[in-house]
Design a protein around this ligand. Structure first.
Ligand code: ATP
Ligand code: MG
Length: 694
């Protein structure tokens, strides 16, 4: 083609987005030079570069690898996945990759079906030779500095012991084991011990009530419960064992309960049913042959957060899930070029009661041989500087948390951040909700010194691991966008009729083909699995989320489709309106929902929480309205703004807009299941505040 002969200087970040990275690497590594290349549009440029530094070269290597992966997938998808499967140790290597179908006739999700492997072997045994004495889990308790670390060798030994305890109590392959635990290494030990013998774990968040615990135990048919005497959170004690006792009055299928001593607090032990962890393990041998599992044998059941309704028992299997958590951990959080995974200390703040805790506290990091932090505390104890104090003290290099935590800490002000030296952090991540640009900027500037890339990972309990996310260094980010799909992931936007939308567009986010980490069923209800995810837009997996793709191909999650507001025929995602409100310096967090409106069909009802110590006023309402008008347009102007002391959130920190919608619609009596709500009192406060707003 034609060559543009004016030489342009170009940075590595821009190169990384172009096609011929390998060529560029050959030319510029260490030296710099002048050469011509095209930028993917067919137009050729004459480019001059200076010598690149190490970081820039690392970035080019990553970009190149990422592009090579996508190209390999496009050439031969099964060949690509089988090559990726080499990341794991298999006792029988699979010969087949994807045998999934989203079609009603031959519906099913299956990956690597003739392969055999064991998850605990992949997370432990295979690291013993090279990393036996390296820390695997770095534990940080509720009190700052209360901690210890476990090497891979120690973790392996404890897992084998506990696996033997499970076996001695009659637990066998396929049996369900419920975990109701604090965020202590024993929780990971119990998960891995289940995996070692082929038992199926179901972790229930330790903050759930006895009723919620009982529901989950009954739904998954667990016969064994692992718990602790008490948990500690923010200096308070949580009576885990007493809650289990209460749950088991209803969940009568449970034969044994094993109790670890966390606080030494008082518990009652039932003769013949309850066993102390320490005593049982002390008597157990510390070797345990791993069970050879088929790739499609279940690994765990985990209930979704319940933002939209009754939680679903999401079932993940062995081979595909492990490959997905392993691969995505490496792509998103893996070592920089030429470094080892153990050079990093990775801290994902999620509780193991959520999928993020499964994939990025336990399975992904351990399978990669990383050092992973387990934190048993809360972000605001003993003060709102806790996460930063702990990061600095432990020397955390990668920090991964949820927007809700970022917004909450931002609200407390910078004075909690500045005293701490966060220079060890090189990479930041977020997950769970769209991150509003204001929070993104704060995270980037205050925590990331304006230097660390932010990996905004979009995914779901159902997807097993991240699907849309930037690969640090290789993908240029835009605040608030999860950017592009990872290699082999095929998102599409469809309209209400299921027609694919091309180019820049907004619509329903679906996936047109399976990926290894996809859930296999809703436990005990395969029909519900099909109906929930595959019947809305036949032939695709429907995520339930809406998204926008901009002119550069970036994906922006706009919120749950159920939450979309339709004002005078204009469809609006909640995320954009909320982000606009969040920009006001007095606003801590906002949630918007639709409300019935005579003229417009739907109007916008905004629940706004202000920064600590601030009070709402009529003047502020006016300011907020004009802010939204300026940021998005008059169509998005809230009809009602209610200042609230708190927002209803799930235990995993997500806003439950369906509750707010009922309130805004004046149907406070039809709120439905609120068992996954973090603080049911909030609903009462909102109801009481409803008469005042204008
Ligand atoms: P339920 O399915 O029971 O209603 P839930 O959807 O909240 O609960 P999760 O699987 O924990 O349960 O959450 C997945 C959802 O979280 C996604 O569907 C999406 O709405 C939201 N989400 C996760 N990560 C992101 C992100 N990076 N950006 C925007 N939204 C995100
Ligand atoms: Mg969901």
């Amino acid at each position: 083609g034609t060559i543009d002969t004016t030489p342009v200087y170009i940075g590595a970040g821009q190169f990384a987005a172009w096609k011929h990275t390998q060529l560029i690497l050959d030319v510029v590594e260490g030296r710099g030079g002048m050469f011509s290349l095209d930028n993917g549009t067919g137009r050729r440029f004459l480019v001059r570069s200076r010598a690149y530094d190490e970081g820039e070269i690392a970035m080019l290597h990553r970009a190149d690898r990422l592009r090579a992966m996508q190209a390999a997938h496009d050439r031969d998808a099964d060949g690509f996945w089988l090559a990726e499967a080499r990341r794991l140790d298999w006792s029988v290597f699979p010969t087949r990759a994807d045998e999934s179908s989203f079609d009603k006739r031959d519906f099913g999700i299956r990956w690597f079906a003739d392969g055999e492997l064991n998850v605990s072997v992949n997370c432990l045994d295979r690291h013993l030779e090279a990393r036996g004495d390296q820390p695997a889990i770095v534990f940080e308790g509720d009190e700052p500095g209360e901690g210890r670390s476990l090497t891979y060798r120690a973790l392996h030994r404890e897992v084998c012991r506990f696996a033997n305890v499970l076996k001695a109590n009659g637990i066998a392959k396929g049996d369900r084991v419920a975990l109701y635990m604090p965020m202590v290494p024993e929780a990971a030990i119990a998960m891995l011990a289940c995996a070692r013998i082929g038992a199926v774990h179901s972790v229930v968040f330790g903050g759930f009530s006895p009723e919620s615990l009982a529901d989950r135990i009954i739904d998954c048919g667990a016969t064994f419960v692992v718990t602790a005497d008490e948990g500690t959170r923010g200096g308070k004690r949580i009576p885990l064992k007493a809650n289990v006792d209460c749950a088991l009055e209803r969940a009568s299928g449970v034969r044994s309960v094993i109790v670890m001593r966390r606080t030494g607090g008082p518990v009652s032990m039932r003769e013949g049913r309850d066993i102390w962890w320490e005593e049982a393990c002390a008597a157990a041998p510390d070797d345990c042959a791993p069970e050879a599992m088929h790739a499609e044998d279940p690994l765990f059941i985990l209930y979704t957060s319940g933002s939209t309704g009754k939680p679903k028992g999401v079932l993940h299997t062995t081979g595909g899930y492990l490959l997905w958590s392993t691969l995505t951990y490496d792509l998103l959080f893996g070592p920089e070029h030429g470094r080892d995974v153990s050079d990093d200390l990775f801290w994902c703040t999620a509780d193991i009661g959520w999928i993020t805790g499964h994939s990025y506290v336990v399975y992904g990091p351990l399978s990669n041989g990383a050092r992973t932090v387990m934190f048993d505390g809360v972000p605001n104890y003993p003060d709102p500087g806790r996460l930063w104090e702990t990061s600095a003290r432990l020397g955390v290099t990668i920090f991964y948390t949820a927007p809700t935590a970022i917004r909450a800490l931002m609200r407390e002000g910078d004075r909690w951040v500045t005293p701490h030296d966060l220079s060890s952090i090189r990479l930041l991540g977020t997950v769970g909700e769209p991150i509003n640009p204001e929070a993104w900027d704060w995270y980037h500037e205050r925590i990331g010194r304006g230097e660390c890339p932010i990996v905004d990972t979009w995914w779901q309990t159902e997807t097993g691991g991240a699907l849309i996310a930037p690969v640090p260094g290789a993908t240029a980010t835009k605040p608030g966008s999860a950017t592009f799909p990872l290699p082999g992931v095929s998102p599409e936007l469809v309209d209400g009729e299921g027609q694919a939308l091309a180019g820049a567009a907004e619509g329903n986010l679906v996936l047109t083909r399976s990926w290894p980490g996809q859930m296999r069923t809703v436990f005990g209800d395969h029909e519900r699995f099909f109906q929930t995810y595959f019947s809305t837009f036949p032939g695709t997996y429907f995520t339930g989320d809406g998204a926008r793709r901009d002119a550069d191909g970036y994906f922006w999650i706009t919120g749950r489709v159920d939450d979309v507001i339709n004002v005078s025929g204009h469809r609006m995602g909640t995320a954009e309106v909320e982000s606009a409100l969040d920009m006001h310096k007095l606003v801590s967090e906002a949630a918007v929902v639709g409300m019935p409106h005579d003229v417009k069909g739907q109007g916008i009802y905004a629940f706004v929480m202000l920064n600590a110590g601030e009070e709402g006023s009529e003047a502020l309402r006016k300011e907020l309205r004009s802010l939204v008008r300026k940021e998005i347009g008059p169509i998005a102007t809230p009809d009602v703004i209610q200042f609230v002391p708190g927002l209803p959130k799930t235990r995993s920190g997500k806003i439950m807009r369906r509750i707010l919608r009922k309130l805004a619609e004046g149907q406070a009596d039809q709120i439905g299941d609120i068992s996954t709500l973090a603080d049911p009192m909030v609903v009462q406060q909102l109801r009481e505040g409803m008469s005042e707003p204008s």
